[in-house]
Structure formats: C-alpha cells, structure tokens
Design a protein around this ligand. Structure first.
Ligand SMILES: Cc1cc2nc3c(=O)[nH]c(=O)nc-3n(C[C@H](O)[C@H](O)[C@H](O)COP(=O)(O)OP(=O)(O)OC[C@H]3O[C@@H](n4cnc5c(N)ncnc54)[C@H](O)[C@@H]3O)c2cc1C
Length: 481
C-alpha cells in the first residue's frame, strides 16, 4: 500500500518515527512507494504569530528535506490551505490523487494542532484510509510520566526525577537511522514556494541560521565535543558562546530530542544526572523542554492565552503603549535589556538568561501583561515554540510553574554585572555605550557615568526606577516587601 507521510514540525529524514514506519510499510508492497506532503497555512501561521524569520528558516529546511527525500525516491508535495480547517479536505484530495492508502504523521501538542490532527484522522478513516501516529517531538509522550495519583506534574524538579526513572526503568527510544530507499514512482515533487502570502521572509538570516538536518547534526557534534563539558559554568555567561544554539533546529524538527539526549549520553558514559556536570545540566535543560510539552497537554488553557496559575487572572496589568514600544525597540535605559532586545530584532534569537531578564523586566518592572511579551517573542524568534515560549514567559512573570516560595524580581543591573562583567554584550549591541569604560557605568550609566558623561551619551534615562518598580509590582501582587 502506498503511504502518505505528512511532515510538520519534524523536517528531517533521520530518526523520524513516522517516516521510518511509512517506508517500512510501503516496502512490503511492490506497488507501494511513499509520497511526502507539507501543508503551508499562511493565515493560521499568522494567527499563531509565527515570525517571518522562522517561516523563512522552515522553508529553507523544507528545501533541504526535499533533496534528502529525493535521494530515497520520495517526492514532496506542497499543499497550501489558508488555515488548518481546510487541511482534512486538501490532504484527502492529495491522498486520492497519489493513490495513498494510509497516512503517517508525528504528533503535535498545541491545542489547534491537536484538533486539526483529530479532524484529519477522522476524515481519512471515514474514507477508509488508515492513520498511523507517532511520538517524535518528545522522548516520552506527554502524559506518560505522571505523578503517583496519575496527574500531570506541575513542578519541574519532581518531573525531572520521574522522567529520569522512567528512562532508566523502561526502554528509552533509540535513534533511528535513515529510512529505506523506495522504488521510483510516477509522482513528481512540487517546487518549494519562494513566497508565502502575508509573510515576508526575504531577510531570513540565512547566513546566521543555515538550514537543514546536516547543519543541525554538525552543531550537535561540535557542541558535544566542545562546549558541553563546561556548559554548567558557561551557560549563563551570555557574551560567551556557551550553549548549543540548537533551538531553531529542534523547533523545526531538523534534529530530534532523542538525537540530542543520546549525543550527550554518549559523551557522558551513558549517565543522565551524574558524571560530567556540563552534560547533566544540558540534559536537564532538554528535560525542561519535555516538561513544558507536558504542561501544554495537561493544562490546555496555557495554549489559549490563560495563565497556568488561574488566580493570577486578577493581576492589574498596566496599559502603556509607549513603554511597550520602548521595550520592543531597546530604548528602556536599562543597557542589558536594550542590548538583548536589539539582538533579538537583528538575529531572531536571544540567550536564555537574557530572555528571563527582559521577560521579567516587562512583566514586573513595567507591570505590562506577559502575553504582550510572549506575542512579541513569537513574532520575532527563529526558534518560536509555543510550549517553551509560553513556559518561559509564565515562569518569568510568576504566573507559571515556578516552584520558588518567594516572588522573584531580577535586578537587571546586578544580572548584567554578574553575567557580563565587562559589559561586552552591551557594547556589541548598544553603540551609544561603546565608549563607556568597564565598571559599574556600563551596566547602569545614569547612576555611575560621572563627570557629565551620561549627559553626553545619546542614551535614554531608565524609563522606570528599579526600586519603585519593585515596590509597585509587589503591591500589585499583594506580596509582602
Ligand atoms: C521568556 C522565554 C521565552 C522562551 N522562548 C523560547 C522559544 O520560543 N523557543 C525555544 O526553543 N525556547 C524558548 N525559551 C527557552 C530557552 O531560552 C531556549 O530554548 C534557549 O535559549 C535556546 O538556546 P540553545 O538552543 O542554545 O539552548 P541550550 O542551552 O543549548 O539547550 C538545549 C535545548 O534545550 C531546550 N531548552 C533549553 N533551555 C530551556 C528552557 N528554559 N525551557 C525549555 N527548553 C529549554 C531547548 O530546546 C534548547 O535548544 C524561552 C525562555 C524564556 C525564559
């Protein structure tokens, strides 16, 4: 039987469970063959705030995938539907046209994606076509690692412990190799579109973010052989290149989480939470990714603009367009915040420590609704990912899963001094401050640039006073100072 393999956020041929199964099944039939499909949904992508740079990266990843599929005689068909709603019909027509008897895909966990998949599955089954679904985005399907009373975990550390036990006690999935080459079939590939209606990815930072699974594998190897060992100490020092920069590749599915876990395990004598501190810490970050996918499935409200902690619905968020614009454009007068936001606009990416600093600044110093920041990040990030982005924003805004018994408000000046002591990152992104010398002035110029220097810098005064902002947010939350 011919198989239709529907690619989405899993744009690779290696270690792709649905593709592997489709190829195995089709190989059993002399008249089989596999046809691949990808659905472009411009209106849906816009409604989900997918960044131009992310779509551009995805389309380039798709082109790489098409070449890799062609080597295995698998044509790639592109189907454009404005939204997810038309996907069942459009894929049904395609299946009919290419005479596919079964559909294969890897699960996705956002609420609209889940509904789309259920509708596609129902339509295919109604038409007498089998549907085969697989777990790919995570090592263990969300809901597989539960508390003793069968609930989703709401706190990371116990989840991590249980996740590691589950790996040890069960049979963790291995990395799959290349799928079987298929016989040639009479279906031609479509061209990858250079344009997607309403999305402009002419400047998609192709040099900064080369696409495809080969590039992803290279990055993983380089990281595991090099920076992994020092990851625990270097991961927060954002001027250094201490992290893997694999997030865009994980988000597009150019690499699988299994490939990442096994890469780290091989470098760490198969140990998950002992051995090299660097490897154990990186593995822990990968488990955060698994955790946030469990939160998405266990608490679907987070996919629908609702806080994880429902009691935080009553927080009196302020409304200030000018301050929001200053934050987005990097004009807050807080050098570390401005440097990070300008870096995001220019590169589509931001270091994790900086994501936490700017998210806390927006939601706590400015007391602006975290959803505004979440949206801006999604619209800007090459690695935009609902589960991680929502998880990170809600953690930072204290509306999410943070287990800390106190109310966390970072002091941006101190964070800056601690993680970028010489102010290198600030000088790189805020040219107005490039001439400021080392010391406190680069982190907090208004307070420390003496001798009239601050007046001469073409740099704004802080839009909010740190101590007053701290008091204001504590009061808004009804938290004891
Ligand atoms: C406010 C905020 C927004 C975020 N938005 C996103 C987003 O849209 N997409 C995204 O992939 N990550 C997001 N993160 C998580 C994290 O910042 C990035 O995954 C990380 O910076 C990517 O860099 P890296 O690939 O070099 O990570 P590494 O440090 O090398 O980690 C490897 C991988 O582990 C996962 N990971 C690492 N840290 C986290 C974390 N805190 N939470 C969940 N997964 C993690 C990522 O998939 C990452 O690629 C966000 C964090 C915050 C605080």
């Amino acid at each position: 039987m011919r198989a239709l393999m529907w690619f989405r956020g899993d744009l690779r041929v290696r270690d792709n469970p649905a593709l592997d199964a489709a190829c195995r099944a089709a190989s059993k039939d002399a008249n089989g063959g596999v046809v691949a499909a990808f659905t472009i949904c411009p209106k849906q992508w816009q409604a989900h705030d997918w960044a131009d740079v992310r779509v551009g990266f995805m389309m380039r990843t798709l082109a790489e995938l098409q070449d890799a599929l062609a080597e295995r005689n698998i044509p790639l068909r592109i189907v454009t539907t404005p939204t997810f709603a038309e996907a069942p019909k459009a894929l049904g027509w395609l299946a009919q046209e290419v005479r596919a008897g079964a559909l294969y895909f890897n699960d996705e966990y956002e609420i609209n994606e889940q509904r789309r998949d259920e509708q596609v599955q129902a339509a295919f089954e109604k038409a007498g076509r089998a549907v085969h679904r697989f777990t790919d985005q995570v090592v263990f399907r969300p809901g597989e690692v539960l508390t003793k009373d069968e609930r989703f975990y709401t706190v990371f550390t116990p989840f991590k412990k249980a996740w590691i036990n589950h790996w040890r006690e069960g049979e963790p999935p291995e990395v799959l190799g290349l799928p079987k080459k298929q016989p040639e079939i009479d279906v031609a590939s479509d061209e990858i579109p250079q344009h997607v209606s309403g999305i402009d990815f002419t400047n998609d930072l192709a040099e900064r973010w080369p696409a495809g699974e080969k590039e992803a594998a290279k990055r993983l190897d380089r990281f595991v052989e090099g920076r992994l060992a020092d990851y625990k100490d270097a991961r927060d020092l954002y001027p250094m290149d201490g992290t893997s920069t694999l997030s865009p590749y994980l988000a597009a599915g150019a690499i699988s989480p299994r490939q990442c876990f096994w890469g780290a395990l091989e470098a760490n004598n198969n140990r998950l939470d002992s051995g090299s501190k660097g490897a154990a810490t990186w593995i822990s970050e990968l488990i955060w990714r698994e955790f946030y996918r469990n939160i998405l499935v266990g608490f679907p409200r987070v996919s629908m603009h609702q806080p994880f902690r429902t009691e935080t619905r009553s927080i009196p968020w302020r409304d200030d367009e000018e301050e929001l614009a200053a934050w987005k454009e990097g004009r807050t007068g807080y050098p570390v915040v401005d440097a990070a936001m300008r870096c995001l606009s220019a590169t589509g990416w931001m270091h994790n420590r900086l994501r936490m600093i700017v998210a806390m600044f927006l939601s706590k110093h400015l007391l602006l609704d975290w959803r505004l920041g979440e949206k801006h990040f999604m619209r800007s990030l090459v690695d935009g990912d609902l589960a991680n982005n929502n998880g990170g924003w809600q953690w930072s805004a204290s509306t999410g899963t943070d287990a800390a018994p106190y109310f966390r408000v970072f002091n941006p000046f101190l964070q800056s001094k601690r993680y970028d002591p010489k102010g290198e990152f600030i000088r790189a992104w805020v040219p107005e401050l490039a001439g400021v010398e080392d010391g406190n002035a680069i982190h907090n110029p208004q307070e420390h640039a003496g001798g009239g220097l601050f007046a001469r810098l073409d740099y704004p005064e802080p839009i909010v006073d740190h101590a007053k902002a701290r008091d204001r947010v504590m009061e808004a939350w009804g938290v004891m100072k």
